[in-house]
Design a protein around this ligand. Structure first.
Ligand code: ZN
Length: 393
């Protein structure tokens, strides 16, 4: 999922927002302030509709965050770290660092989200009753009732047994537990996801033709997203299965040619790339320690007039912004970071010493080779810039 922006960290987990959430935010605020609230109480000042509408949209957004954070925290308790949470159209994506270790862990991690949404729905429903008893009807009551309904809807929708929804994870946990095959389980859950996605698209089209354009377009978008994400998730599962326990060293270029950090872009462009035919090179300090990576494309972006005075150190991607791995780490563990990296390259380090470099194309090549050796078709790999699918929704 591309087009996300960061909101900072919560409990050590990076929180991001996908553009689709902004669409939701605007639609919710508009729907409340421009429709539901004035319809229910037409005699109030316009600013009060907008105030309550905007606050309600923010609380909805926090409910989504609570849902995702619960996934991430339960994952952590079950030994699966999370690096980030991304909120999007259907709720959110807690990006887990690895797969759940067992069906039971998967069940806990996936199940907690809808449970939290359901609890929030119940809490808002109780608040609605309480507020109604104390103050009678009003805009706040309307907002609380809406929050109760939307959280319960969120719980029910996310519990549908189709990837990438939480219910898809639950289905996957069940099939995994029954068959013992994680790949088979993912295939079942992602097929269900594609099926439900297309069903929603069909229902959306039907509604559009029947004249309910807004509701129809909503369903179309959600169905399309679901189907696309289920497909990407299926591809990733196949990749993980093929790569199995292949270590990073199998895919890396060992002892790569390095570029000194102090050399200039001109020196680099007239030298290394032509001699060695690689697209990117590790950059080292005078002591030989790795400090970053420079790609031919990146160096080429430096304006010609500035190339003589620009050092590689100021043009490179610094080592802190790059994924790194040990030579014996499993290659699958490196995939998410490699995908997210701005240059799609990772340095392979042993005791802080550079021993190799691995690129997205190295991984793709390894996958193609393994797929051919296994006699299967190369899966649609998710190794493209800004494309990924969730570890959990
Ligand atoms: Zn969830």
């Amino acid at each position: 999922m591309g087009a996300t922006f960061s909101l900072g960290r919560l409990a050590g987990i990076r929180v991001g927002v996908h553009w689709s959430v902004l669409v939701i935010f605007v639609l919710i605020a508009l729907g409340l302030a421009g429709g539901r609230l004035p319809d229910a109480h037409p005699d109030r000042p316009v600013w009060s509709y907008w105030l309550v509408g905007l606050i309600t949209a923010v609380v909805f957004f926090l409910s989504l965050l609570a849902h995702e954070l619960s996934h991430a925290l339960v994952a952590r308790r079950n030994g699966v770290g999370s690096e980030s949470i991304t909120l999007w159209l259907l709720g959110g994506v807690a990006r887990l660092k690895s797969e759940a270790p067992s069906p039971v862990a998967e069940l806990r991690i996936a199940g907690i989200g809808p449970l939290v949404s359901l609890l929030l729905g119940i809490v808002f429903a109780l608040l609605t009753v309480l507020f109604g008893a104390l103050y009678g009807s009003g805009l706040v009551l309307e907002a609380l009732a809406w929050l109760a309904a939307i959280n319960i809807m969120l719980a029910v929708f996310n519990a549908l047994p189709a990837a990438p929804l939480d219910g898809g994870r639950l289905l996957r946990a069940a099939v995994w537990w029954r068959t013992g095959s994680r790949l088979r389980a993912t295939e079942v859950a992602t097929s269900a996801g594609r099926g439900l996605g297309w069903l929603l698209v069909a229902a959306g089209l039907y509604l559009v033709f029947m004249g309910a354009v807004i509701d129809g377009v909503w369903l179309l978008i959600i169905g399309w997203f679901m189907s696309a994400m289920a497909t990407a998730e299926g591809g990733q599962a196949k990749v993980r299965e093929l790569l199995g326990s292949v270590p990073v060293r199998e895919a890396m270029t060992p002892d790569p040619t390095t570029v000194p950090a102090a050399s200039t872009v001109t020196e680099f462009l007239s030298g290394a790339p032509w001699q060695y035919r690689h697209s990117a090179f590790p950059v080292t300090d005078p002591g030989g320690g790795p400090v970053g990576v420079i790609s031919v494309n990146r160096a080429g972006e430096v304006p010609v007039a500035e190339r003589d005075s620009t050092t590689i150190a100021s043009a490179m991607v610094a080592v802190d912004d790059l994924p790194t791995a040990g030579p014996d780490d499993p290659l699958t563990g490196l995939l998410p970071a490699l995908e997210a990296s701005p240059v799609h390259q990772a340095l392979v380090l042993a005791d802080g010493r550079l021993v190799g470099i691995v690129t997205s194309s190295d991984v793709s090549r390894t996958i193609t080779w393994l797929a051919s050796a296994a006699g299967s078709r190369t899966p649609r790999t998710p190794l493209h810039p800004g494309r990924s699918s969730p570890a959990s929704s």
